[in-house]
Design a protein around this ligand. Structure first.
Ligand code: 9MR
Length: 356
């Protein structure tokens, strides 16, 4: 994949801030280069991680999370979601988001911002009211306006709409407050508002899971992207979340086909939430298979024409979202509970080195 320098794409008015989007190249050769150093050498824009607020007081965790050699990019796992940002209508609270983004900026890490619109983690004032369509459109615009302005200089990319397609066989649009009240138009409205209020050059993404191979859902997403491109609705990227299970993950070839499905429509792709869960208790065989899935997925991003980077959905097993959602599964990340790098870490590292 080729790295395109965003700065060049910015309009003249923005050249006063040449360092945006706040990442800098690694300067000196390191004895033990981390994943981001190796990813950049291999041609990616970044290797990153999600970070959640609940673990910010763990010094060992933070020393890895803020190590720019390992992670050149950070996504707030929760802090920028609607229920935290606008807990009361019209009252905005950026505390949790800032706890993740401000130190990332200081550490020279790129930020993917997550998310403007989702069916989940919405505040009760929003979900419990009976909105008319015009009233809810106003709520949507106002939320995007405030959050986009607050994080104006922060975000390499925004996940503008998250998980709008459902898991039924037809991959219909998900029935939620947005679809029920505004109709399918809410998606393009969100993208238009995002373009209106985010910094020019910010990459606007549609982000979803189970679209990492060519299937009904990814085909629906591709049809939407194609339609948006045709009608001039702003969209720049598709995020393949990549929440995998050992034994059921799409192959390298299947993932390559998914990247291609989107990139041929003129959008970039990224693995935005990569993790690979295991049935517990795990063992070395399962960990070796897990390592292979991490490596295959990273390789597909490296080989795809327009995949810009890989983000793991946290790097430390104890903070993974997996055990709560999939009882009996876990250990999905690349550092174990003792902060020891797992085979998955070394598989990614070795793969990236082989592209140097
Ligand atoms: O990691 C997040 C977890 O802490 C939250 O409890 C959960 C709520 O649904 O959301 C998790 O992050 C999700 C992300 O925002 C969107 N894609 C799926 C992720 C895992 O559920």
């Amino acid at each position: 994949m080729k790295l395109t320098l965003l700065v060049a794409a910015l309009p003249a008015a923005s050249t006063a801030l040449p360092t945006w989007p706040w990442t800098k190249p690694h300067s000196k050769p390191l004895k033990y280069p981390g994943l981001d150093v190796l990813a950049k050498r291999a041609g990616l824009l970044y290797f990153g991680t999600a970070i959640d607020n609940v673990v910010l007081d763990n010094k060992q965790y933070i020393s890895i999370a803020r190590n720019r050699s390992e992670f050149g990019q950070v996504t707030p796992a929760n802090g920028q979601k609607w229920m935290y940002i606008e807990p009361t209508q019209g009252v905005f609270n950026y505390t949790l988001g800032d706890q993740i983004t401000v130190p990332a900026t200081r550490a020279g890490q790129l930020k993917r911002c997550h998310n403007f619109v989702w069916h989940n983690q919405l505040p009760e004032w929003l979900t419990s009211a009976n909105w008319t369509k015009p009233a809810l459109v106003k709520v949507l615009e106002n939320h995007i306006k405030h959050e986009a302005r607050h994080y104006y200089n922060d975000c390499y990319a925004w996940d503008v709409v998250n998980e709008a397609f459902d898991d039924d066989a037809a991959a219909s649009l998900r029935k939620d407050i947005w679809l029920d009240t505004i109709g399918a138009e809410y998606i393009e409205l969100a993208f238009k508002f995002a373009r209106k209020y985010t910094r020019p050059g910010t990459k606007l993404y549609y982000n979803d899971y189970a679209i990492e191979s060519v299937n009904n859902k990814s085909s629906k997403v591709a049809a939407m992207v194609k339609d948006f491109k045709k009608r001039g609705v702003p969209i720049d990227g598709v995020g393949l979340q990549a929440h995998y299970t050992v034994g059921r993950a799409p192959s390298y070839d299947a993932q390559m086909a998914a990247h291609k499905l989107f990139s041929r429509l003129g959008v970039e792709t990224a693995l935005t939430e990569l993790d690979v869960r295991l049935q517990l208790p795990d063992n070395s065989t399962a960990q070796a298979l897990q390592a292979q899935v991490y490596a295959d997925s990273t390789k597909a991003c490296l080989d795809a024409d327009d995949c810009v980077g890989v983000t793991v959905w946290d790097f430390w097993d104890p903070v993974s979202w997996v055990p709560d959602t999939f009882p009996g599964y876990g250990n999905a990340d690349i550092w174990d509970a003792n902060f020891t790098k797992k085979p998955a870490y070394y598989a990614i590292s070795d793969l990236l080195r082989s592209y140097d």
